[in-house]
Design a protein around this ligand. Sequence first.
Ligand code: SF4
Ligand code: SF4
Ligand code: FES
Length: 253
Amino acid sequence: MSKTQAKQEKINEPKANLIPIFLMGKRYDVPDTLTIQKATEYAGFQLIRGCGCRGGICGACGTVYRFANDYKLYYGLACQTVVEPNMYITQIPFFPANKAVYNIEELEPTAETIVKYYPEIFKCMGCNNCTLSCPMDIKVMDYVAAAMSGNIQQAAELSFDCVMCGLCAARCPAEEVQYNIAILARRLYGRHILPQADHLAERVKQVEQGRYESMLKELMKADKSQLMDLYTKRQLEPDNADEMWEPEDKSHL
Ligand code: SF4
Ligand code: SF4
Ligand code: FES
């Protein structure tokens, strides 16, 4: 790129304004184009916890914020929420949660199972705080109600987008851990209600019969550059591929 082009690109760059935000009560002036996560780093913090995928999937960056002179609390994922002037921000990278231990094979997909492991579900008072605090716009109160009534399928489907950020649990006056109830519902649904996929059963059988052992051994022998080469040259499935799509090289199927 020539110097003139570089200068022109610089001129064309959208200009970010510096705006005040407050992290742990201290003011920092940050570009208004940044997410809370990037603004926190811009302010000098190094995120070792409370930061994972940076793409709205892992749920590690649950955040609560308020604006000066506004009584309301707001919620978001730090990696997805763009800063606004006078945000008072606190990240909740971890929320302590009651997590039941069970063997899913031995359980029945019923309300009794949910209640056995999470009896506090009956303390739900229908306040809807959980739904209002969910950054994924999930109807949290509704999936809790569905689980309580034994509608495991509905609880599983309503909670499907949960990223386990913990914000709902942080706001629950009944001390529920909604997302762990939801995970139990989805496991019950997947293991005991949803019909088994024939193609998956077939593939599992092939794996168990050792069909992929030699390929795995080849990969184990490859060095880093060979692995990188294999990875970069692999044929990608097109975005618009239908379910019959297959790669040209079928030797690994
Ligand atoms: S916040 Fe707790 S008590 Fe309120 S509706 Fe949700 S689960 Fe029930
Ligand atoms: S249901 Fe709860 S844990 Fe799941 S994404 Fe919503 S607020 Fe986060
Ligand atoms: S860092 Fe994973 S959801 Fe924000």
